[in-house]
Design a protein around this ligand. Structure first.
Ligand code: ZN
Length: 243
């Protein structure tokens, strides 16, 4: 049996399947893998520039260095891999899409239940009262020199809704743990499964399908491994699941 047939069979027989995605699904949309060894992040931005420590102690530096990553996500479009996963979710083959990505491209492709465990780049929030603002409006204030931008409601400090180094994990992570507890099957797409605590999740399921360029620490636990670009594999898998 070929690997696609095996993966199709596992997903068709799954009682409850979830998907976990990482940067690898968005590289085809032109978004660099900012936490990987070869990624943009380590090449261009010093590690602590995206930390909550720098945001609080030296906001001028945060907005000059780490913040540029958030700006680079503007205007990016979902690719066929995001579309295939949204269709698989619509058909009920997979339930929650748990993503380490902050780019909102799953939702842009039509996915509904998306758990963004590292936050999102499309909104900013007040640290005091949790007032939300679109990134665009927030960024206009940053560009005009308002650093850090203040909350229009309570005067507190506004910040990106991305999970920075040093931040606690958001509610979406607890939701992801609960979803994975219900699941017997997980499909991992474009994640090297090295960033904790998200990388613990695949331990909780019985059946594991991994689509990733390069190896992961879970390869020996996986039922099926595809080493390659995500979108051609997901597109074919979605097609077979519809047959
Ligand atoms: Zn506020």
């Amino acid at each position: 049996m070929d690997k696609l047939a095996r993966a199709t069979e596992i997903l068709k027989n799954a009682k409850y399947a979830v998907c976990l995605t990482g940067a690898g699904i968005s590289t085809e949309s032109g978004i660099p893998d900012f936490r990987s060894d070869r990624g943009y992040y380590t090449n261009f931005i010093p590690e602590d520039a995206l930390s909550v420590g720098v945001l609080e102690s030296n906001p001028q530096r945060f907005y000059k260095e780490g913040y540029t990553i958030l700006k680079d996500l503007e205007g990016k479009e979902p690719n066929p891999g995001h579309v295939a996963l949204a269709k698989m979710q619509e058909k009920g083959v997979i339930h929650e899409i748990i993503t380490q990505n902050i780019d909102d491209l799953h939702q842009a492709a039509g996915a509904k239940q998306v758990l963004q465990v590292h936050g999102d780049a499309s909104t900013a929030r007040c640290e005091r009262c949790n007032y939300r603002e679109d990134f665009k409006a927030f960024d206009e204030r940053v560009q005009s020199g308002e650093i850090p931008p203040k909350c229009p409601k309570c005067g507190g400090v506004m910040r990106t809704n991305v999970v920075l180094f040093g931040d606690a994990m958001p509610q979406a992570f607890d939701d992801a743990v609960r979803a994975t507890e219900k699941a017997d099957t997980m499909i991992v797409v474009g994640s090297s499964l090295k960033v904790m605590p998200v990388a613990y999740l695949p331990r909780m399921v019985e059946h594991l399908i991994i689509i990733n360029k390069g190896t992961t620490p879970y390869d020996h636990n996986a039922d099926v491994i595809f080493d390659g670009e995500a979108s051609p594999i997901l597109t074919e898998l979605e097609k077979r699941l519809s047959e």
